[in-house]
Write a protein that binds this ligand. Sequence first.
Ligand SMILES: [Zn+2]
Length: 366
Amino acid sequence: MRFPWSSADVVDLPGIGTPIDTLTLPTDADGGPGTRLRLLREQGSAFRREFPSTGMPDSVTTCDLITLPYPTRFGLFRASLALAPFLSITNRMLVIRWTESDGTPRVLLFEPSDHELGRYTPYFDNLTQRTPKLVQRQMVREHGTVLGHLASLGIAPDAVDYLMFDHLHTQDLRRWVGTTGYQNDLGAHPKPSFPNAKVIVQRDELAGMAELHPLQRPWYQPATYRDVPPEAFLPIDGSVLLGPGVAVVKTPGHVFGNQSLLVNTSTGIWASSENVIAAEALTPEHSELPGLASWARSWQQEVVLNANTIETTADQYNSIVLEKTLIDHSQRDGRFLQFFPSSELTASWTNPGTAPTFAHRQLTHG
Ligand SMILES: [Zn+2]
């Protein structure tokens, strides 16, 4: 069976989790984007009250992967006045562990990017070819690999149950879940590093990969999915509860099939996704990044989107407001929310005017 799989291949795959009835995601039938925004705020407030009663995971650990350049006008949309054309973002993996009611331990890796292969994403491949090696060395910093971090945490790869990404931009999963045949570019038939892990993904993102829109093409590596077995995926439709205090919330916009991680911890509720690149993008009125507060005020917008794709801009705005409604304020600085950007804005001397006012850097629990 080869990619693109028929819709039946994807439709028949078993899903996972308990659907969250409160978060149904308003559709066009409910009204325009403004109406849907109001409905999402109401749904978010209702689920926020329910979610803590589901419990907490055993632990959440943060692992730094890589710091990369990213265009300022994507990361901070039209709000930044920084002259630097690039800012820096740091990709991090979250390791979430919980125990099922029957005692089964579970391990979920959120954003376990294989960044050695992610660099062949058309956009980044193109950028690499145009950027002198010296500049790359200044701007790209590798902190660790997925397998290296797991080894130091004492987690065996075969103990990993789930891999999950907010969306599949840049992701090449072949070394993680294996392929059905020899891969010319890898010079190997990769054995899965995570033989027992399944990839939790929104069914519509998986279906969309089969025939990308021109706006989507710079960001995906569809050819790398050709020999990934469909059984490697656990497709879901919408928002589901995965375990105690661990949920996936459907947050379309950045891509159609976008999803966010929601975790209840000892410091309250956190969300993580790539919908914005800094916690201050959710409360730009408190941002000292040049331009952000005044832009938000003059345009009457309460969030600043990470806008590299803008597949559906109003939906992304609405999804960020939903995330904002679901989470708690930071105990370190109450002006900012417990939103953990999976690609977080990181200060660098190479990019004046882009140092964040506040950065989480890690999400730790248990
Ligand atoms: Zn993306």
